[in-house]
Write a protein that binds this ligand. Structure first.
Ligand SMILES: [Zn+2]
Length: 234
């Protein structure tokens, strides 16, 4: 007998050999059960484990700018590493499936640490309309959708919009930022935000300037608490 594998597994492997898909981290052929990233890469991604410590380095960076409850990035951004490859695919190749899959993984990790109890609503940081048109999709929305699947918490992308393309407040003091009500974000569904514990989703966080403006806009719209989940922290 050539094999004792169940017929379905055999069929899946034959299918994968006939129509191979390649891992976005290392370019090896994927098994049919693997989505976008192979098991080896998945095991070796630079996970932050931020969610295990409330006052982690990422939290401290954002909390120095605006009040937040929790903050966790899924991956460290490592130059020339697998994470750079993967983030490049997210940002420039319009790979929404990858972003959603990664959101599901991170959501599963957070759920196991009981984070599903902390939030009422998941919101992605919106892209400016011009950038959305150019890129074709918002990777933070796709990631938020994946988080929502795993955490079983609703997400929506119509509560805020980006009215300016770039952050403007990096050189402003804390007080100046607070006084400047109209920042780069505009809240469009204030009733959905008031008194809610929001999980705000961003892609790759570097200085945190843009993110902090988003958090500030939500707090000014009477969000109860704001926490942050990012795909990666640079
Ligand atoms: Zn791989």
């Amino acid at each position: 007998m050539p094999t004792t594998k169940p017929l379905q597994t055999l069929w899946n492997d034959l299918w994968a050999m006939s129509f191979p898909h390649f891992c976005l981290g290392c370019h090896s052929a994927l098994l049919r059960s693997e989505i976008e990233i192979c098991t080896a890469c998945r095991l070796h991604l630079p996970y932050t484990d931020h969610h295990l410590t409330q006052e982690n380095t990422f939290y401290k960076k954002i909390a120095a700018l605006v009040p937040i409850r929790y903050a966790a990035a899924f991956l460290y951004f490592v130059k020339k590493g697998r994470s750079q490859q993967i983030l490049h695919h997210l940002k420039y190749q319009g790979n929404a499936t990858l972003a959603t899959t990664m959101g599901q993984w991170f959501g599963e990790t957070l759920r196991q640490a009981n984070f599903d109890a902390h939030f009422d609503l998941i919101l992605p940081i919106p892209l400016h309309a011009s950038k959305l048109k150019q890129r074709g999709y918002n990777q933070s929305s796709a990631f938020a959708q994946g988080l929502s699947d795993s955490l079983q918490i609703p997400w929506r992308d119509d509560c805020m919009q980006r009215v300016k393309a770039t952050a403007t407040q990096t050189r402003k003091s804390r007080l100046e930022r607070w006084l400047n009500v109209a920042s780069i974000f505009e809240i469009t569904e204030a009733a959905q935000i008031a008194e809610k514990n929001i999980l705000l989703v961003d892609d790759v966080v570097t200085t945190g300037a843009t993110l902090s403006e988003g958090i500030q806009a939500l707090l000014q719209a009477q969000a109860k608490t704001v926490s942050v989940a990012a795909i990666a922290s640079a």
